[in-house]
Design a binder for this molecule. Structure first.
Ligand SMILES: Cc1cc2nc3c(=O)[nH]c(=O)nc-3n(C[C@H](O)[C@H](O)[C@H](O)COP(=O)(O)OP(=O)(O)OC[C@H]3O[C@@H](n4cnc5c(N)ncnc54)[C@H](O)[C@@H]3O)c2cc1C
Length: 462
């Protein structure tokens, strides 16, 4: 086994790891990045954000031409589904983007190793796989991400009973898809297959969907998803799911079992550190499998850092990226910081749900005095022109200082609109700051301005 030396080695080429590697190389560090998969980009590019968004886009178009254009006066003829072509398009997007990262590595002179990485002691990583090499590096960043979580009693076969990766490639549209878990992954993929014609039932343990999201927004989301034909079984504890003939049966405590021809397990994800050798440097994961780090992403072992899904915080690609950049900037310059209070979260359903900062429930629980401004998209002229009038923008600002503490929205293009709220909060804006900024007319963003005005009871179009 050959031996190589680098300043920094990053384990994992997901959005946390590959972005960290590129930024480190920009800062002049001799950097290597290891991934066991032949394609770079991690969960996000291979089996997460990107393929799911590709399918959401395609299925939305399919659904739209099925009567969704009538209001625009557009009549369509017979519309067919070529699922194979839809899946092939998704795969091509994934391949183009993962190839793009390989190109960025070359451009930035990041050395790439393919194989499973194992830390064998301070400053040493052994790679086994397509490449077999021992790497010596002063700094090691662990960015090994996460894998789908499961439930006891659920007999996964990665086919009829599978996780999100399986659900990105069903070869036919299921007749009845049961989704276990009403988080954003289950709702996004449930929406895809619903739009393509499946009957979809979402089973959730809690009494609400989208745990952690502002409850008012989640309630509206559930109402709109129901209107789209998605069924919800809430307060339902799944005790088992197993193959039953060609399909599956899902058992729920105290309720009738559900028969399905596909089951999507979407109860969250868990940090992945299997076989990583953290014990050889005395780093222990916490009770939820996460690697404990300080504000600079340092673990308890000198020279070993961790970022992304494998540490605490929301499991989101952009959060992993920010941490990767801050981590290597701190290594290279002594400075580097992530504002964890302003990490947005977006659920790319129709309509989209986007949120940043504290929810109304969190403010109440903390006893923080706040004022609230809500503006409905049905009063926004662009939403009317688009025929996308569902949803609202809600801004929560501190009662005394008016500082914006949380922004939550559901509506068309919310995933883009939330950017303004994130920037405002990152700069410590008040609701009046947002309200006094000129927003182009007619745009959906005017709903954000109106919600900010509504905090002070002076929305114009409400
Ligand atoms: C269906 C789905 C949809 C999603 N949609 C979104 C979205 O729209 N927006 C969003 O922000 N987030 C989304 N996510 C979450 C997002 O994918 C993750 O938060 C993100 O990928 C985490 O990045 P990471 O770099 O921490 O880890 P990962 O992307 O998980 O990458 C970790 C990498 O490490 C590699 N690895 C692990 N162990 C080793 C080892 N020992 N040796 C070598 N390599 C190793 C793995 O092969 C993997 O490539 C989605 C996830 C899923 C499953």
């Amino acid at each position: 086994m050959s031996e190589k030396q680098h300043d920094l080695v990053v384990i994992g080429a997901g959005p946390g790891g590959y972005v960290a590697a590129i930024r480190a190389a920009q800062l002049g560090l001799d950097t290597a990045c290891i991934d066991k998969e032949p394609r770079l980009g991690g969960t996000c590019l291979r089996v997460g954000c990107i393929p799911s968004k590709a399918l959401l886009q395609s299925s939305e178009k399919y659904h739209e031409v099925h009567g969704g254009l009538d209001a625009h006066g557009i009549k369509t003829g017979e519309v067919g589904l070529d699922l194979e072509a839809m899946l092939a398009r998704k795969t091509k997007i994934v391949h183009d983007l993962t190839d793009g990262i390989a190109g960025l590595f070359k451009k930035n002179k990041v050395t790439r190793y393919e194989g499973s990485a194992r830390i064998t002691g301070p400053g040493t990583v052994v790679v086994e796989g397509a490449d077999n090499v021992t790497i010596k590096a002063k700094h090691i960043i662990v960015a090994t991400g996460s894998v789908p979580a499961s439930l006891p009693g659920v007999e996964m076969d990665d086919d009829v009973i599978g996780d999100s990766t399986t659900a990105l490639s069903y070869p036919t549209v299921p007749e009845h898809l049961v989704v276990i878990g009403a988080g954003y992954i289950g709702l996004e993929l449930g929406s895809v297959w619903r739009r393509l014609g499946a009957q979809v039932t979402v089973v959730e343990y809690l009494d609400r969907i989208l745990p952690g999201t502002d409850a008012e927004i989640a309630r509206e989301a559930q109402k709109l998803f129901k209107r789209q034909g998605i069924k919800f079984v809430l307060k339902a504890r799944v005790t088992a799911a197993r193959r039953d003939g060609d399909g599956a049966v899902v058992e729920i405590e105290g309720k009738d079992p559900l028969k399905a021809d596909r089951v999507l397990m979407a109860v969250g994800r868990k940090p992945f550190t299997d076989g990583l050798g953290l014990d050889t440097v005395g780093v222990a994961a916490d009770e939820r499998g996460r690697i404990p780090v300080n504000d600079h992403f340092m673990t308890s072992a000198e020279g070993i850092y961790a970022i992304g899904d494998v540490i605490a915080g929301p499991m989101l690609a952009h959060k992993a990226e920010e941490e990767g950049v801050a981590c290597v900037e701190h290594i290279a310059t002594g400075w580097g910081h992530v504002d964890h209070a302003t990490i947005p979260g977006v659920c790319y359903t129709d309509p989209e749900i986007a949120t940043v900062g504290l929810t109304e429930e969190q403010l109440k629980e903390a006893g923080t005095p706040y004022r609230k401004g809500v503006f409905f998209f049905r009063a926004n002229s662009r939403a009317r022109a688009m025929d996308k009038i569902d949803g609202r923008v809600k801004i929560l600002a501190h009662e005394e200082t008016d500082r914006v503490l949380g922004v939550h929205m559901i509506g068309a293009d919310s995933g883009h609109l939330i950017g303004e709220a994130v920037a405002a909060m990152a700069f410590g804006a008040s609701s009046e700051d947002i309200a006094r900024v000129c927003h182009a007319h007619p745009t959906l963003s005017e709903a954000v301005k109106e919600a900010a005005l509504a905090v002070d009871g002076r929305a114009i179009h409400a």
